[in-house]
Design a protein around this ligand. Structure first.
Ligand code: SF4
Length: 368
C-alpha cells in the first residue's frame, strides 16, 4: 500500500536503528517519551524499544484520551446512559473503561440504549430520527477529535436540533508536556510529539516549551520508520546539545496545522483547567463548550450530582502515564488486572500502555 508499506520496510528501519546506535555516545541513558498511545502500541508491537541501544530509554506518555478521561466523567456518562429515554452514543473504546462501580457495557447489558459510533455527526442523525428521545454524544479526545465534535455542535445549532447534547472531555497536549516537565519527578529529556495532533494544531505551540525547558521535541508519525526517524532526530539533538522543535512527519504536518479545523475549535470551545485521570488537574489542559453553546452541554442538561467516585487502590495508572512506572511493573498487571477484567483504563484502550504490554506479551523478565 502506497505511503504505508514503505514506512514498514524492515531493511530501511534497521538502517535508521543503526544510525541511532552510531549516534549515541552517552554513558547514562537518554530518556525519551513518546506522547501518544498509538505510538506506544506500535513501539511495543514491532519491538522497536528492544532494538534500541541500552543508552536510550523510551518511556510512555499520557497521550491516550480514553485513559485520562477523569473518573468523575466516566461515572457521569454511566449515570446519563442509564436514564430512560436517553440514547447514549460513544466511540467503542469508552464502553469498557471502568467507572467507580461499572462500565457503559454493563449499562447496555442491563437495557440502556448505548450505541457505538465512529462520528459525532452520526449522533446528530440519530437525534433527528428520534425527536422524542435525548441523544447524548460522549465527546472525548485530544485535539484530533475536537474539530468533528465542534462541527456536530454547530450543525445541531444550525439545524435547531434540540434533543442533542455532548458530554465534553477534551484534553490538550502542550499543557500536559508543560506539567510533566515542570514536575520535580521528571526524567524525560526529549519528546516525540504526536503526529496526528500536530496535523490538526501544527507545532507552533511547542516552541516555547522546547526553549523554556531546553528539551528537544520531534513531531513523529506512527509507522515503524516514522518512529525510528523521530528517535534519531531527538538523539541527534540531545547528543549535540540542541533543543528545538523538529518536524519528522512532513508528509502530514505543517508548522501552522489545519487552520480551518483550529478555527472551528476556537468557535465552539474555550480552554479550561482539566482533571486527568490518575494525574490530577492540569491548568488550561482541556476544552469546554463556550457559554453560547451551553444548551448543548450534557453536563448541564442532566443533573447527576451525588456520585460516589472511587478509583481502584491497586491501579498505578498515574505513575504509568507520567513515565515513572513501566506497565508490567504494576503489581496488578496480568494478575488482578487483565483486558478481560481491567482495573484501570490503561488496560482497556487501544492506546493504553498496559493493554499494549499485555497484548504483545511484555511480562516482567529478569533485568528488564
Ligand atoms: S496494569 Fe491495570 S491496575 Fe496496573 S496501572 Fe495498568 S491499568 Fe492500572
Amino acid at each position: 500500500m502506497k505511503f504505508v508499506d514503505e514506512y514498514r520496510d524492515a531493511d530501511i528501519v534497521r538502517a535508521v536503528l543503526e544510525q541511532i546506535q552510531a549516534t549515541v555516545s552517552s554513558v547514562e541513558p537518554w530518556v525519551l517519551m513518546e506522547i501518544c498511545g498509538g505510538q506506544t502500541h506500535n513501539i511495543i508491537r514491532h519491538g522497536l524499544d528492544q532494538l534500541l541501544p541500552p543508552q536510550l530509554e523510551l518511556v510512555h506518555g499520557p497521550g491516550c484520551p480514553v485513559c485520562v478521561t477523569p473518573l468523575e466523567l466516566i461515572d457521569q456518562a454511566i449515570a446519563i446512559a442509564g436514564r430512560p429515554g436517553v440514547i447514549f452514543c460513544s466511540f467503542g473504546d469508552m464502553l469498557r473503561v471502568p467507572g467507580s462501580e461499572q462500565d457503559l457495557f454493563r449499562v447496555k447489558a442491563e437495557g440502556g440504549d448505548v450505541r457505538v459510533l465512529y462520528s459525532p455527526l452520526d449522533a446528530l442523525g440519530i437525534a433527528q430520527g428520534n425527536p422524542e428521545r435525548e441523544v447524548v454524544f460522549f465527546g472525548v479526545g485530544f485535539e484530533t477529535t475536537a474539530p468533528a465534535n465542534a462541527m456536530a455542535i454547530l450543525q445541531a445549532q444550525w439545524l435547531n436540533i434540540t434533543n442533542f447534547s455532548v458530554l465534553v472531555s477534551h484534553v490538550r497536549v502542550p499543557p500536559a508536556i508543560n506539567a510533566l516537565l515542570a514536575s520535580p519527578n521528571n526524567r524525560v529529556q526529549a519528546f516525540l510529539a504526536a503526529g496526528h495532533v500536530c496535523a490538526v494544531m501544527g507545532y507552533w505551540e511547542y516552541h516555547p516549551l522546547a526553549e523554556q525547558f531546553n528539551v528537544p521535541i520531534v513531531v513523529t508519525g506512527f509507522e515503524p520508520l516514522d518512529i525510528a526517524q523521530g528517535i534519531l532526530a531527538a538523539i541527534e539533538q540531545l547528543e549535540s546539545g540542541r533543543a528545538v522543535v523538529e518536524n519528522a512527519y512532513r508528509r502530514a504536518v505543517t508548522e501552522a496545522g489545519n487552520r480551518p479545523a483550529q478555527a472551528v475549535i476556537q468557535q465552539v470551545f474555550q480552554p479550561v483547567d482539566r482533571k486527568w485521570r490518575g494525574i490530577g488537574e492540569i491548568p488550561n489542559s482541556g476544552w469546554a463548550l463556550r457559554p453560547e453553546f451551553a444548551p448543548f452541554d450534557a453536563a448541564l442538561r442532566f443533573e447527576t450530582g451525588g456520585l460516589n467516585v472511587h478509583e481502584s487502590p491497586l491501579c498505578h495508572a498515574g505513575e504509568v502515564l507520567q513515565g515513572l512506572l513501566r506497565p508490567h511493573r504494576c503489581p496488578a498487571f496480568g494478575a488482578e488486572c487483565t483486558p478481560r477484567h481491567p482495573l484501570g483504563a490503561l488496560m482497556v484502550s487501544a492506546e493504553g500502555a498496559c493493554a499494549a504490554y499485555y497484548n504483545y506479551g511484555r511480562f516482567e523478565q529478569i533485568g528488564e
